[in-house]
Design a protein around this ligand. Structure first.
Ligand code: CU
Length: 456
Protein backbone atom coordinates (compact mmCIF):
# COMPACT_ATOMS: atom_id res chain seq x y z
CA UNK A 1 0.00 0.00 0.00
CA UNK A 2 1.59 3.20 -1.10
CA UNK A 3 0.50 6.40 0.54
CA UNK A 4 0.86 9.71 -1.18
CA UNK A 5 -0.08 13.06 0.21
CA UNK A 6 -0.14 16.51 -1.23
CA UNK A 7 -0.20 19.56 0.95
CA UNK A 8 -1.17 22.97 -0.33
CA UNK A 9 -0.27 25.37 2.41
CA UNK A 10 -1.26 28.65 0.87
CA UNK A 11 -4.54 27.42 -0.57
CA UNK A 12 -7.44 26.80 1.73
CA UNK A 13 -5.98 24.13 3.98
CA UNK A 14 -2.77 25.20 5.56
CA UNK A 15 -2.27 23.99 9.06
CA UNK A 16 -4.88 22.69 11.37
CA UNK A 17 -4.44 23.27 15.05
CA UNK A 18 -5.82 20.40 17.02
CA UNK A 19 -6.69 21.27 20.55
CA UNK A 20 -8.09 17.83 21.04
CA UNK A 21 -6.37 14.57 21.58
CA UNK A 22 -3.21 13.09 20.26
CA UNK A 23 -5.35 10.13 19.28
CA UNK A 24 -6.79 12.26 16.51
CA UNK A 25 -3.27 12.71 15.20
CA UNK A 26 -2.77 9.00 14.96
CA UNK A 27 -5.71 8.74 12.60
CA UNK A 28 -3.72 10.66 10.06
CA UNK A 29 -0.28 9.25 10.50
CA UNK A 30 1.57 6.11 11.27
CA UNK A 31 1.71 5.68 14.98
CA UNK A 32 5.21 6.09 16.29
CA UNK A 33 5.62 3.60 19.10
CA UNK A 34 7.97 5.82 21.11
CA UNK A 35 5.43 8.61 21.51
CA UNK A 36 2.39 7.38 23.44
CA UNK A 37 -0.49 9.82 23.37
CA UNK A 38 -1.29 11.73 26.56
CA UNK A 39 -4.23 13.87 25.49
CA UNK A 40 -5.04 15.52 28.78
CA UNK A 41 -1.61 16.98 29.34
CA UNK A 42 -0.68 17.94 25.80
CA UNK A 43 -1.75 20.16 22.95
CA UNK A 44 -1.07 18.57 19.58
CA UNK A 45 -0.74 20.64 16.44
CA UNK A 46 -1.37 18.42 13.45
CA UNK A 47 0.14 19.84 10.30
CA UNK A 48 -2.09 18.49 7.62
CA UNK A 49 -3.74 19.19 4.33
CA UNK A 50 -5.50 17.25 1.61
CA UNK A 51 -4.56 13.61 1.77
CA UNK A 52 -5.37 12.28 -1.63
CA UNK A 53 -6.01 8.64 -0.86
CA UNK A 54 -7.37 8.74 2.65
CA UNK A 55 -10.30 10.44 4.28
CA UNK A 56 -9.29 13.08 6.78
CA UNK A 57 -11.73 14.23 9.39
CA UNK A 58 -10.95 17.70 10.63
CA UNK A 59 -14.01 18.39 12.75
CA UNK A 60 -12.00 18.47 15.92
CA UNK A 61 -9.56 21.00 14.50
CA UNK A 62 -9.71 24.73 14.44
CA UNK A 63 -10.91 25.63 10.97
CA UNK A 64 -7.79 26.12 8.84
CA UNK A 65 -9.37 29.10 7.12
CA UNK A 66 -9.32 30.88 10.45
CA UNK A 67 -5.70 30.02 10.99
CA UNK A 68 -3.68 29.89 7.79
CA UNK A 69 0.02 29.38 8.11
CA UNK A 70 1.43 32.90 8.04
CA UNK A 71 5.12 32.28 7.60
CA UNK A 72 7.83 29.67 7.28
CA UNK A 73 8.51 29.44 11.00
CA UNK A 74 7.10 26.55 13.02
CA UNK A 75 7.45 28.79 16.09
CA UNK A 76 4.72 31.10 14.76
CA UNK A 77 2.40 28.09 14.52
CA UNK A 78 3.06 26.94 18.09
CA UNK A 79 2.68 30.53 19.30
CA UNK A 80 -1.02 30.39 18.45
CA UNK A 81 -1.74 28.00 21.31
CA UNK A 82 -3.40 29.51 24.37
CA UNK A 83 -0.70 30.87 26.66
CA UNK A 84 1.97 30.92 23.95
CA UNK A 85 3.57 33.91 22.24
CA UNK A 86 6.17 34.39 19.53
CA UNK A 87 9.57 35.96 20.16
CA UNK A 88 10.01 37.14 16.58
CA UNK A 89 13.74 37.60 15.99
CA UNK A 90 13.50 36.94 12.27
CA UNK A 91 11.39 35.05 9.77
CA UNK A 92 13.04 31.71 10.66
CA UNK A 93 14.55 32.65 14.05
CA UNK A 94 11.38 32.60 16.15
CA UNK A 95 11.22 31.29 19.69
CA UNK A 96 8.09 30.27 21.52
CA UNK A 97 7.34 31.79 24.88
CA UNK A 98 4.89 29.65 26.82
CA UNK A 99 3.22 31.03 29.93
CA UNK A 100 6.19 33.31 30.46
CA UNK A 101 8.79 30.57 29.99
CA UNK A 102 11.19 30.37 27.09
CA UNK A 103 14.70 29.34 26.15
CA UNK A 104 15.98 26.44 28.20
CA UNK A 105 12.96 26.67 30.53
CA UNK A 106 10.63 25.57 27.72
CA UNK A 107 12.69 22.77 26.15
CA UNK A 108 12.25 21.85 22.49
CA UNK A 109 12.92 18.40 21.06
CA UNK A 110 12.77 17.10 17.51
CA UNK A 111 11.67 13.47 17.26
CA UNK A 112 12.29 13.24 20.99
CA UNK A 113 15.90 14.46 20.81
CA UNK A 114 16.88 17.76 22.46
CA UNK A 115 18.01 20.36 19.92
CA UNK A 116 21.29 22.19 20.46
CA UNK A 117 21.50 25.68 18.99
CA UNK A 118 24.82 27.09 17.81
CA UNK A 119 24.24 30.84 17.79
CA UNK A 120 25.05 32.64 21.06
CA UNK A 121 21.80 34.61 20.84
CA UNK A 122 19.72 31.81 19.29
CA UNK A 123 19.51 33.00 15.70
CA UNK A 124 19.10 29.28 15.15
CA UNK A 125 16.63 28.49 17.94
CA UNK A 126 15.55 24.84 18.23
CA UNK A 127 12.50 25.27 15.98
CA UNK A 128 14.84 26.61 13.26
CA UNK A 129 15.65 22.94 12.74
CA UNK A 130 12.03 22.04 11.93
CA UNK A 131 11.10 23.53 8.54
CA UNK A 132 7.35 23.34 7.98
CA UNK A 133 7.55 21.07 4.89
CA UNK A 134 9.07 18.37 7.11
CA UNK A 135 6.81 18.76 10.15
CA UNK A 136 4.13 16.18 10.75
CA UNK A 137 2.90 17.32 14.13
CA UNK A 138 3.99 19.26 17.21
CA UNK A 139 3.20 18.17 20.76
CA UNK A 140 3.23 20.83 23.46
CA UNK A 141 2.97 20.04 27.15
CA UNK A 142 0.15 21.94 28.78
CA UNK A 143 1.75 23.73 31.66
CA UNK A 144 4.40 21.72 33.49
CA UNK A 145 6.47 19.32 31.36
CA UNK A 146 7.18 15.70 32.27
CA UNK A 147 10.62 15.11 33.79
CA UNK A 148 11.40 12.66 30.98
CA UNK A 149 11.50 15.70 28.64
CA UNK A 150 14.70 16.82 30.30
CA UNK A 151 15.46 19.74 32.57
CA UNK A 152 13.15 22.71 32.13
CA UNK A 153 9.94 24.01 33.60
CA UNK A 154 7.03 23.86 31.21
CA UNK A 155 5.65 24.09 27.73
CA UNK A 156 7.95 21.34 26.54
CA UNK A 157 7.69 20.97 22.77
CA UNK A 158 8.34 17.89 20.68
CA UNK A 159 8.29 18.22 16.90
CA UNK A 160 7.57 15.00 15.04
CA UNK A 161 9.11 15.13 11.60
CA UNK A 162 7.62 13.23 8.69
CA UNK A 163 9.14 9.81 8.38
CA UNK A 164 8.74 6.35 6.94
CA UNK A 165 7.89 3.77 9.59
CA UNK A 166 8.33 0.05 9.47
CA UNK A 167 5.55 -1.57 7.43
CA UNK A 168 4.02 -5.03 7.62
CA UNK A 169 5.08 -7.83 5.29
CA UNK A 170 8.35 -8.76 3.64
CA UNK A 171 7.89 -6.67 0.52
CA UNK A 172 9.21 -3.12 0.51
CA UNK A 173 6.39 -0.58 0.28
CA UNK A 174 7.23 2.84 -1.08
CA UNK A 175 5.83 6.02 0.31
CA UNK A 176 6.12 9.77 -0.23
CA UNK A 177 4.75 12.72 1.71
CA UNK A 178 5.29 16.06 0.05
CA UNK A 179 4.21 19.63 0.58
CA UNK A 180 4.51 22.83 -1.44
CA UNK A 181 3.43 26.37 -0.70
CA UNK A 182 3.79 29.85 -2.14
CA UNK A 183 3.10 33.19 -0.50
CA UNK A 184 2.76 36.47 -2.34
CA UNK A 185 3.60 38.76 0.60
CA UNK A 186 7.31 37.93 0.49
CA UNK A 187 7.42 36.15 -2.87
CA UNK A 188 8.37 33.00 -1.03
CA UNK A 189 8.04 29.32 -1.65
CA UNK A 190 8.51 26.20 0.43
CA UNK A 191 8.77 22.68 -0.94
CA UNK A 192 9.77 19.49 0.71
CA UNK A 193 8.87 16.15 2.12
CA UNK A 194 10.04 12.65 2.70
CA UNK A 195 10.28 9.64 0.41
CA UNK A 196 11.28 6.13 1.25
CA UNK A 197 10.38 2.51 1.58
CA UNK A 198 9.79 0.04 4.35
CA UNK A 199 9.04 -3.58 5.13
CA UNK A 200 8.61 -5.18 8.53
CA UNK A 201 12.36 -5.49 8.96
CA UNK A 202 13.83 -2.57 7.04
CA UNK A 203 13.09 1.06 6.38
CA UNK A 204 14.92 3.89 4.62
CA UNK A 205 14.04 7.46 3.77
CA UNK A 206 15.27 10.65 2.16
CA UNK A 207 14.29 14.08 3.48
CA UNK A 208 14.41 17.34 1.61
CA UNK A 209 13.07 20.84 2.06
CA UNK A 210 13.87 24.15 0.46
CA UNK A 211 12.48 27.54 1.43
CA UNK A 212 13.27 30.94 0.03
CA UNK A 213 11.60 34.31 0.38
CA UNK A 214 12.33 38.00 -0.15
CA UNK A 215 11.53 40.95 2.07
CA UNK A 216 7.89 41.23 3.13
CA UNK A 217 6.10 43.88 1.05
CA UNK A 218 3.33 46.18 2.22
CA UNK A 219 1.67 49.22 0.66
CA UNK A 220 4.36 51.51 2.11
CA UNK A 221 7.33 49.52 0.79
CA UNK A 222 9.34 46.54 1.99
CA UNK A 223 10.10 45.51 5.56
CA UNK A 224 13.91 45.42 5.58
CA UNK A 225 15.69 42.27 6.76
CA UNK A 226 12.62 40.04 6.54
CA UNK A 227 13.97 37.67 3.87
CA UNK A 228 15.02 34.06 4.43
CA UNK A 229 16.64 31.07 2.79
CA UNK A 230 16.88 27.55 4.23
CA UNK A 231 17.59 24.08 2.85
CA UNK A 232 17.46 20.79 4.75
CA UNK A 233 18.29 17.37 3.45
CA UNK A 234 18.87 14.07 5.12
CA UNK A 235 18.69 10.35 5.00
CA UNK A 236 17.91 7.66 7.48
CA UNK A 237 17.09 4.04 7.90
CA UNK A 238 16.44 1.30 10.35
CA UNK A 239 16.46 -2.42 10.94
CA UNK A 240 13.98 -4.33 13.07
CA UNK A 241 13.84 -7.91 14.24
CA UNK A 242 11.36 -9.22 16.74
CA UNK A 243 11.21 -6.83 19.68
CA UNK A 244 14.32 -4.88 18.69
CA UNK A 245 14.79 -1.95 16.31
CA UNK A 246 17.76 0.27 15.54
CA UNK A 247 17.77 3.44 13.49
CA UNK A 248 20.37 5.82 12.13
CA UNK A 249 19.41 9.27 10.89
CA UNK A 250 21.39 12.14 9.46
CA UNK A 251 20.22 15.64 8.57
CA UNK A 252 22.05 18.63 7.15
CA UNK A 253 20.68 22.14 7.52
CA UNK A 254 21.99 24.91 5.31
CA UNK A 255 20.58 28.37 6.03
CA UNK A 256 21.60 31.17 3.70
CA UNK A 257 21.42 34.95 4.15
CA UNK A 258 18.42 35.64 6.39
CA UNK A 259 17.38 38.87 8.05
CA UNK A 260 17.19 39.31 11.82
CA UNK A 261 16.03 42.89 12.12
CA UNK A 262 15.37 42.57 15.86
CA UNK A 263 18.98 41.53 16.55
CA UNK A 264 22.29 43.33 16.07
CA UNK A 265 23.30 41.14 13.14
CA UNK A 266 21.78 39.07 10.34
CA UNK A 267 22.40 35.42 9.52
CA UNK A 268 25.09 34.99 6.90
CA UNK A 269 24.99 31.21 7.18
CA UNK A 270 24.07 28.38 9.51
CA UNK A 271 25.42 24.98 8.55
CA UNK A 272 24.42 22.21 10.89
CA UNK A 273 24.89 18.46 10.81
CA UNK A 274 22.72 16.30 13.04
CA UNK A 275 23.15 12.56 13.43
CA UNK A 276 21.42 10.15 15.77
CA UNK A 277 21.71 6.44 16.42
CA UNK A 278 18.85 4.96 18.39
CA UNK A 279 17.76 1.60 19.76
CA UNK A 280 14.30 0.66 20.91
CA UNK A 281 13.33 -2.74 22.20
CA UNK A 282 11.86 -4.99 24.83
CA UNK A 283 13.85 -7.52 26.82
CA UNK A 284 12.51 -9.51 29.77
CA UNK A 285 9.41 -7.32 30.09
CA UNK A 286 11.48 -4.13 30.19
CA UNK A 287 11.08 -1.53 27.46
CA UNK A 288 14.49 -0.10 26.58
CA UNK A 289 15.19 3.15 24.74
CA UNK A 290 18.73 4.25 24.04
CA UNK A 291 20.21 6.88 21.75
CA UNK A 292 23.40 8.71 20.93
CA UNK A 293 23.17 12.07 19.17
CA UNK A 294 25.70 14.40 17.61
CA UNK A 295 25.23 17.99 16.45
CA UNK A 296 27.76 20.25 14.77
CA UNK A 297 26.87 23.89 14.08
CA UNK A 298 28.87 26.43 12.11
CA UNK A 299 27.30 29.87 12.05
CA UNK A 300 28.34 33.22 10.58
CA UNK A 301 26.57 36.55 11.03
CA UNK A 302 27.31 40.18 10.22
CA UNK A 303 25.91 43.70 10.52
CA UNK A 304 26.70 45.10 7.08
CA UNK A 305 25.82 42.77 4.19
CA UNK A 306 22.04 42.81 4.67
CA UNK A 307 21.46 46.13 6.43
CA UNK A 308 22.79 49.67 5.86
CA UNK A 309 26.04 50.24 7.79
CA UNK A 310 28.21 52.74 5.93
CA UNK A 311 31.04 53.05 8.50
CA UNK A 312 33.62 50.31 7.72
CA UNK A 313 35.08 50.64 11.25
CA UNK A 314 31.75 49.50 12.70
CA UNK A 315 31.47 46.43 10.50
CA UNK A 316 31.35 43.19 12.48
CA UNK A 317 31.52 39.61 11.38
CA UNK A 318 31.00 36.86 13.94
CA UNK A 319 31.70 33.17 13.69
CA UNK A 320 30.04 30.85 16.20
CA UNK A 321 30.58 27.13 16.39
CA UNK A 322 28.98 24.51 18.59
CA UNK A 323 29.56 20.81 18.89
CA UNK A 324 27.32 18.65 21.02
CA UNK A 325 27.26 14.97 21.89
CA UNK A 326 24.36 13.53 23.84
CA UNK A 327 23.40 10.10 25.10
CA UNK A 328 20.33 8.79 26.81
CA UNK A 329 19.00 5.52 28.19
CA UNK A 330 15.61 4.76 29.66
CA UNK A 331 13.98 1.63 31.03
CA UNK A 332 10.24 1.19 31.38
CA UNK A 333 8.43 -1.52 33.33
CA UNK A 334 5.35 -2.19 35.40
CA UNK A 335 5.74 -1.23 39.05
CA UNK A 336 3.64 -0.03 41.98
CA UNK A 337 0.39 -0.63 40.11
CA UNK A 338 1.44 1.57 37.20
CA UNK A 339 4.24 2.13 34.72
CA UNK A 340 7.63 3.25 35.94
CA UNK A 341 10.28 4.80 33.70
CA UNK A 342 13.87 5.24 34.86
CA UNK A 343 16.28 7.20 32.73
CA UNK A 344 19.68 8.80 32.54
CA UNK A 345 20.91 11.33 30.01
CA UNK A 346 24.09 13.25 29.34
CA UNK A 347 25.11 16.17 27.14
CA UNK A 348 28.52 17.58 26.37
CA UNK A 349 28.71 20.79 24.37
CA UNK A 350 31.55 22.98 23.15
CA UNK A 351 30.91 26.55 22.03
CA UNK A 352 33.18 29.19 20.59
CA UNK A 353 32.42 32.71 19.36
CA UNK A 354 34.79 35.19 17.71
CA UNK A 355 33.67 38.71 16.76
CA UNK A 356 35.83 40.44 14.17
CA UNK A 357 35.94 43.40 11.81
CA UNK A 358 36.81 42.28 8.28
CA UNK A 359 38.23 45.78 7.61
CA UNK A 360 40.57 45.80 10.62
CA UNK A 361 42.69 42.78 11.53
CA UNK A 362 43.49 44.31 14.94
CA UNK A 363 39.84 44.19 15.97
CA UNK A 364 38.69 40.87 17.31
CA UNK A 365 36.96 39.65 20.46
CA UNK A 366 36.75 36.06 21.59
CA UNK A 367 33.64 36.71 23.64
CA UNK A 368 32.68 33.08 24.29
CA UNK A 369 36.06 31.38 24.29
CA UNK A 370 36.32 27.58 24.37
CA UNK A 371 33.16 27.12 26.38
CA UNK A 372 32.41 23.62 27.59
CA UNK A 373 29.03 22.73 29.06
CA UNK A 374 28.29 19.34 30.56
CA UNK A 375 25.14 17.94 32.08
CA UNK A 376 24.25 14.56 33.48
CA UNK A 377 20.68 13.85 34.50
CA UNK A 378 18.74 11.01 36.07
CA UNK A 379 15.00 10.70 36.52
CA UNK A 380 12.18 8.45 37.64
CA UNK A 381 8.65 8.86 36.32
CA UNK A 382 5.60 6.87 37.36
CA UNK A 383 2.21 6.82 35.68
CA UNK A 384 -0.85 5.20 37.15
CA UNK A 385 -4.06 5.84 39.01
CA UNK A 386 -4.21 7.48 42.44
CA UNK A 387 -7.63 7.97 44.08
CA UNK A 388 -9.25 7.31 40.67
CA UNK A 389 -7.24 10.18 39.13
CA UNK A 390 -4.92 9.57 36.18
CA UNK A 391 -1.56 10.51 37.65
CA UNK A 392 2.02 11.12 36.67
CA UNK A 393 4.70 11.66 39.29
CA UNK A 394 8.26 12.46 38.33
CA UNK A 395 11.51 13.53 39.89
CA UNK A 396 14.81 14.29 38.25
CA UNK A 397 18.20 15.62 39.22
CA UNK A 398 20.77 17.20 36.92
CA UNK A 399 24.41 17.86 37.56
CA UNK A 400 25.70 20.78 35.49
CA UNK A 401 29.22 21.99 34.98
CA UNK A 402 30.73 24.53 32.64
CA UNK A 403 34.09 26.07 31.92
CA UNK A 404 35.55 28.76 29.68
CA UNK A 405 38.96 29.40 28.16
CA UNK A 406 40.65 32.81 28.31
CA UNK A 407 38.98 35.64 26.39
CA UNK A 408 41.07 37.14 23.59
CA UNK A 409 40.94 40.72 22.36
CA UNK A 410 42.69 42.54 19.52
CA UNK A 411 44.65 45.77 19.97
CA UNK A 412 41.90 47.84 18.29
CA UNK A 413 39.30 46.82 20.87
CA UNK A 414 38.40 49.71 23.26
CA UNK A 415 40.19 49.70 26.61
CA UNK A 416 37.00 49.10 28.60
CA UNK A 417 36.33 45.84 26.82
CA UNK A 418 40.00 44.80 27.16
CA UNK A 419 39.80 45.41 30.88
CA UNK A 420 36.63 43.31 31.16
CA UNK A 421 38.35 40.52 29.26
CA UNK A 422 41.33 40.72 31.63
CA UNK A 423 39.11 40.51 34.71
CA UNK A 424 37.23 37.59 33.18
CA UNK A 425 40.52 35.79 32.56
CA UNK A 426 41.67 36.29 36.17
CA UNK A 427 38.39 35.02 37.61
CA UNK A 428 37.42 31.42 38.25
CA UNK A 429 35.76 30.45 35.00
CA UNK A 430 34.46 27.03 36.04
CA UNK A 431 31.07 26.49 37.62
CA UNK A 432 29.00 23.57 38.70
CA UNK A 433 25.52 23.27 40.03
CA UNK A 434 22.79 20.75 40.74
CA UNK A 435 19.14 21.20 39.87
CA UNK A 436 16.19 19.13 41.01
CA UNK A 437 12.80 18.98 39.31
CA UNK A 438 9.72 17.38 40.84
CA UNK A 439 6.52 17.12 38.85
CA UNK A 440 3.04 15.87 39.71
CA UNK A 441 0.28 15.86 37.10
CA UNK A 442 -3.25 14.61 37.74
CA UNK A 443 -6.15 14.60 35.32
CA UNK A 444 -9.62 13.21 34.99
CA UNK A 445 -11.93 13.07 32.00
CA UNK A 446 -15.62 13.68 32.58
CA UNK A 447 -18.43 12.42 30.38
CA UNK A 448 -18.87 15.90 28.98
CA UNK A 449 -16.28 18.05 27.19
CA UNK A 450 -14.55 18.90 30.46
CA UNK A 451 -11.22 17.46 31.59
CA UNK A 452 -9.96 18.35 35.05
CA UNK A 453 -6.21 18.80 35.37
CA UNK A 454 -3.95 19.65 38.27
CA UNK A 455 -0.23 20.03 37.69
CA UNK A 456 2.38 20.90 40.25
CU1 CU B 1 23.96 34.68 15.05
Amino acid sequence: MSRKSLYLASASLAAAISLGSAASASEHVNQRPEEPAAPAVQDVIVVTGFRITTNVTIEEHVSPEQAPLLGPDAASLVARLPGAALVDNGSISGQVQYRGLFGSRAPVAIDGAAVMSGGPNLMDPPLHYAPMPLVERIEVDRGVAAVSRGPGMGGGMNVILKGVDFASGHEIEYETQTMASVRSVDGSYAVGGVAGGASEGRRFQLLFSREEGGDIAFSGGDIPNSHHERTVYGLGGGLASGDHAVSLDYRRLDTGPTGNAALAMDIEHVETDVARLAYEGVAGGIAIDAAIGWTDVSHGMDNFSQRPNPDPMRHRYTVATANTVSAELSLGFAALGGDLELGIDREEAEHDVLISNPNNAAFFLGSLPDITIERTGAYAQWEGVILSLESELGIRADWHSDDAGPARTGAAVPAGAQMLAGMFNMADRAHDDTTVDAVARFWRHTDGPLTWRLTL
